[in-house]
Ligand binder design. Structure first.
Ligand code: ADP
Ligand code: MG
Length: 320
């Protein structure tokens, strides 16, 4: 009878089997000289000297709830939020590593399903899954993904480059996270590249905290102000008879204040912006929602002609 090797206290019994499953599921990748299975990965890096690094951690009960989302969706999202950050630098993702804390007592199927969602998106975006770390925990499920990438030629594009006169462009439509969009969104990698190719991209951010909050990140970093036109902010079409959501807030309030849309907000030189709007280089909607001005704050032109201040948070009362 052969005795099982003792399982160290920070390991769970199925961990080695899970890593073996992940290793088989991930397979090989041309950029990975050594992938999962050794003490560290060996990555071929023929890129320019600068490297983009982004990390994001999702904690059960804080960022997700397995009653509301499948493990595959959670795993996919953990990678997708990082890809959105790489897009927002005008970069392309190259490789990712994963840290996973699995609640003790969970079978390895949960780990497999998390990785299934994550690996599916990695394959779709040509990201090499280079390795990770897996541990058992008495606390909640924690999933942290780190993505490294390369700036596209002409990038990276920072939050700090907006100038008065720039147009503010936004991809997609806003206020969608309440429609489960945050579990299914497509990181705007191709769109970021096309915006960069316009030659006039001055500043870029992904909308993760909400349009107003993320606009203020650009304004603060660039030392400028902004004027938005409410009528031009792209809203998700309300369902008929549901112009107000159950909480009584308008679609405009959701679009401005809700986080997790993961669309891009770009400050673009006016000539290049006009060309982009006249002939968008991608199928994703692209809207001109206002302009960068001198100053340090934002205001919003309402459909009735009123101009209201747009604070970074807590403006719902003025809008509804
Ligand atoms: P070490 O004790 O050297 O940290 P591990 O047993 O943690 O080794 O990991 C073994 C291999 O499996 C490593 O190549 C590591 O990158 C990979 N790995 C561990 N956990 C994961 C995971 N959740 N996703 C992808 N790769 C993983
Ligand atoms: Mg380890």
């Amino acid at each position: 009878m052969s005795a099982q090797p003792p399982v160290p206290p920070h390991r769970c019994g199925g961990e080695f089997a899970l890593i073996e499953w992940i290793r088989r599921r991930v397979g090989s990748h041309p950029r990975l000289e050594v992938g999962i299975g050794d003490d560290a990965a060996v990555l071929c890096w023929p890129e320019p000297e600068r490297m983009l690094v982004a990390v994001d951690m999702l904690v059960e009960g804080v960022h997700f709830d397995l009653q509301q989302a499948t493990p595959e969706q959670v795993g996919r999202k953990a990678l997708a939020v990082n890809l959105s950050d790489i897009a927002a630098m005008a970069g392309r993702p190259v490789a990712a590593v994963v840290s996973l804390a699995l609640p003790r007592g969970q079978d390895e199927e949960l780990g497999q399903r998390l990785h299934e969602g994550l690996v599916g998106l990695a394959e779709a975006t040509d990201v090499a899954l280079a390795g990770g770390d897996t541990t058992a925990t008495d606390g909640p499920l924690v999933l942290s993904v780190t993505v490294i990438g390369a700036p596209l030629p002409g990038g990276p594009v920072l939050r700090s480059g907006a100038r008065p006169g720039d147009r503010l462009l936004v991809t997609g439509c806003l206020g969608q996270s309440r429609h489960r969009h945050h579990l299914e969104f497509t990181p705007r990698l191709a769109e970021a590249g096309a915006l960069l190719d316009s030659g006039g991209l001055h500043a870029l951010i992904d909308i993760s905290d909400g349009l107003a909050a993320d606009l203020y990140h650009v304004l603060a970093e660039s030392g400028v102000g902004a004027r938005l036109r409410a009528e031009d902010i792209p809203l998700r079409e309300p369902e008929p008879g549901r112009e107000h959501s159950p909480d009584g807030r308008t679609a405009l309030a959701h679009a401005i204040s809700d986080g997790e849309d993961f669309e891009l907000l770009a400050a673009v030189e006016p000539g290049a912006a006009a060309e982009l709007i006249a002939a968008p280089p991608f199928a994703t909607p692209l809207a001109d929602i206002g302009e960068i001005v001198e100053g340090n704050s934002a205001e919003l032109l309402m459909p009735d002609g009123r101009i209201v201040p747009l604070p970074p948070l807590g403006y719902e009362h003025q809008l509804d």
